[in-house]
Write a protein that binds this ligand. Structure first.
Ligand SMILES: NC(=O)c1ccc[n+]([C@@H]2O[C@H](COP(=O)([O-])OP(=O)(O)OC[C@H]3O[C@@H](n4cnc5c(N)ncnc54)[C@H](O)[C@@H]3O)[C@@H](O)[C@H]2O)c1
Length: 332
């Protein structure tokens, strides 16, 4: 098959491309290499893929309608894994337009490309942030998610709604994946594990929000990749009803959580970093950041039913693997 991976220079896109390389597909990866974080890290991920003969990279901005239309017209993809987005909750407070361009306009352009290119399955990234400050745990895909508390979350929920519309109107099979705090080697410099590891290694203080009283369903990168790859082969079909009463009744549309299913408190996460680095953290306790959520916890039953897979990496081992990678990569 010919596959498109968007956001291939990103944390998850790079890992998905690496995993799919060698499996008999022709892969085209796109990314606009924006400077939201260190471009050298994005370039290093692409360099890491350079030896993969079945992977091609094109620098494309998904917000550019004509460019995306031409890409789909020329390449004729069978399946699409759409991971490019403007991520981050805190950044959306000061940079709202970046989210509209990448996550709304970019997503629409991908949907249009899939519709006109008759793509047989679009798998796209949503986020656990759509659950906002929900109290009911674990978070399940049929919970109410109409009260996002950041613009990032609102755009991710909008992505699901837009995908449903295309599934319903044009019979485009779409699967949304709500990722839960992904971590591991080649991770993102704006996320806690990267920032904390750097601070502990350098003996600098680090900001711990909500005075450490938070928990996250941390999910190791290889578990996310396994979920994405398995879901790619589970092409949704309409459930045989024409009533537009539920998400899945009328359209080839599916939505899954991909999380570990076992929340870890932020301070236990910090302890795992201290253990892996071999040095104590200097914590500066701060108030909750606007837009942040106190906890996340994935109900992974639907993913398991569909794919036979549940994420499984224990956080201590996953953190150790990240710290080992960080030390090798930055030679520290
Ligand atoms: N990492 C997580 O914990 C997490 C959690 C929930 C959801 N997600 C979602 O998963 C996806 C991948 O996240 P990630 O952690 O790999 O982030 P990332 O920032 O490392 O990767 C995203 C990539 O998309 C590219 N990109 C952004 N806007 C683009 C545009 N307009 N055109 C082309 N490329 C563009 C960026 O340059 C980047 O390389 C995103 O959709 C994100 O919202 C991630």
């Amino acid at each position: 098959m010919k596959l498109l991976i968007t956001g291939m220079a990103g944390f998850i896109g790079h890992a998905v491309a690496k995993r799919l390389s060698g499996s008999g597909h022709r892969i085209v990866g796109v990314d606009n290499l924006n400077d939201y974080y260190d471009i050298a890290l994005k370039q290093a991920r692409l360099d890491d893929l350079a030896a993969c003969e079945d992977v091609r990279f094109l620098k494309i901005d998904l917000a550019d309608r004509a460019e995306v239309a031409a890409l789909f017209e020329q390449e004729r993809f069978d399946r699409v894994i759409h991971l490019a987005a403007q991520p981050g909750v805190r950044y959306s407070i000061d940079n709202p337009h970046a989210y509209v361009d990448a996550n709304l306009v970019g997503h629409l352009n991908v949907l249009e490309g899939c519709r006109h290119g008759k793509v047989e399955h679009l798998v796209y990234a949503s986020s656990s942030s759509v659950y906002g400050a929900n109290d009911k745990v674990p978070f399940a895909t049929d919970d109410d998610v109409d009260h996002p508390i950041s613009l990032y979350a609102a755009t991710k929920k909008a992505n699901e709604l837009m995908a449903h519309t295309y599934s319903h109107l044009y019979d485009l099979p779409t699967t949304g994946l709500r990722f839960f705090t992904v971590y591991g080697p080649w991770g993102r410099p704006d996320m806690a594990l990267f920032k904390f590891t750097r601070a502990v290694l350098e003996g600098r203080p680090m900001d711990v929000y909500n005075h450490g009283d938070m928990s996250r369903d941390f999910t190791y990168i290889d578990d996310i990749v396994e979920g994405v790859v398995r879901v790619l082969d589970v092409v949704p079909t309409p459930r045989g009803s024409t009533e537009v009463t539920t998400d899945t009744a009328s359209a080839p549309y599916a939505l899954y959580n991909i999380g570990c299913g076992s929340p870890v408190s932020l301070m236990d996460f910090v302890r795992a970093i201290e253990k892996a680095v071999g040095r104590e953290a200097i914590c500066h306790y701060k108030d909750m950041q606007p837009g942040d959520v106190p906890r996340t916890w994935a109900d992974t039953e639907a993913l398991y039913q569909a794919t036979g897979y549940r994420p499984q990496m224990p956080v201590e081992e996953g953190v150790k693997r990240f710290v080992d990678w960080y030390r090798r990569f930055y030679a520290v």
